[in-house]
Design a protein around this ligand. Sequence first.
Ligand code: ZN
Length: 128
Amino acid sequence: MTQLRYNISAFVGCPPCKKWANKDPTKQTDEYLEWYVQHEEHCMDNHMGSSAAMEAEGTSVLYHRSVEELGVCYNPRIADGDSKSHDRINREQPYGPDHPVKKEECVGHVQKRCGTNLINLTNKWKGM
Ligand SMILES: [Zn+2]
């Protein structure tokens, strides 16, 4: 639970900005720019970039402050198969070069990937 609380506090989306992103993905119209000038000082969005970049950034923040704030090391890391966050942690070595963070796959994600592949194979060979 503690990890989830800290993770949420690391990056916050901004509902009004999300609403605009759906309405006007280019964000180049006069209407949007006029709205944003008024909104900017109240904006809660603190991350620019892809969701994958946000996950890697959030993971980095969590690992770098875990010892100081909680007195714990997150090791091994239970991952979802996406290696970008883990690659970044390995590169940054938040616990020092003598304490590499090991990666273990989340069994739920492995099960989902296996299930999807089995369904695809079943569909491919259907009628043969
Ligand atoms: Zn905003």
